[in-house]
Design a protein. Structure first.
Length: 216
């Protein structure tokens, strides 16, 4: 998806608000340009970490250049996600991008977007960190050691527990720093990632075809 971009337990905190269950079936792919122009349902303005990592380009492989984005029709709202590996390379460097401003996570393999989802992110007292992070641990059945709450398909990003994991993604919710995605999407993401894969977190940066995936 062109946008870089939990309810439920987070690596550093538990769910702040629970709503109806997420939409597990991927929405029909549509026009991304239209989607980016449509308003995204936002949590009440939530400041993110003021400490930004210095601009760090993701390593140079050709896969770090955006070669394809998935079309998305209609508003890309909470609970929605798409996944389509057809036409993308079966292997190659994988990068996850998250734009907190748009509340969208995208998955690129060798520069081809294969998945995108609307996310939840950190509340003001526990903001989601910006910059280039790395997946350091994977646990499909993880339980928060702080809140004794499930964090399905957890991908750990920081030593203090900030992670991507399955959540009940609903409007008006926030996390204690983690990135929450619909559980069905988290399962697919878990299957294609490995330790060492990069996660680029920005706040309001947009990607274009042919652009490089960077943070800063």
């Amino acid at each position: 998806m062109l946008l870089l971009g939990v309810v439920g337990a987070t690596g550093a905190g538990a769910m702040l608000l629970v709503g109806a269950g997420p939409v597990d079936a991927p929405a029909a792919p549509p026009n991304r340009a239209a989607a980016t122009a449509l308003p995204v349902i936002r949590v009440t303005p939530v400041p993110v970490s003021s400490t930004r990592a210095a601009p760090v380009p993701v390593p140079e492989p050709a896969g770090m250049v955006v070669r394809r984005v998935l079309p998305i029709e209609g508003p890309f709202t909470h609970g929605r996600w798409v996944w389509d590996e057809q036409g993308a390379p079966a292997s190659g460097p994988l990068v996850i991008t998250i734009d907190l401003d748009a509340q969208v996570l995208s998955v690129f393999r060798d520069g081809y977007e294969i998945g995108a989802a609307v996310v939840l992110y950190g509340a003001d007292w526990k903001p989601t960190p910006l910059g280039v992070l790395t997946i350091t641990e994977k646990d499909a059945d993880h339980v928060s050691n702080l809140y004794d709450a499930p964090m399905p398909y957890m991908l750990r990003l920081t030593d203090d527990g900030i992670s991507i994991h399955g959540s009940d993604v609903q409007p008006g919710a926030a996390t204690h720093g983690c990135i929450g995605v619909p559980v069905a999407f988290a399962r697919k993401l878990f299957a294609v990632t490995k330790r060492g894969d990069r996660v680029v977190v920005t706040n309001g940066e947009r990607l274009k075809l042919g652009g490089r995936i960077t943070a800063g």
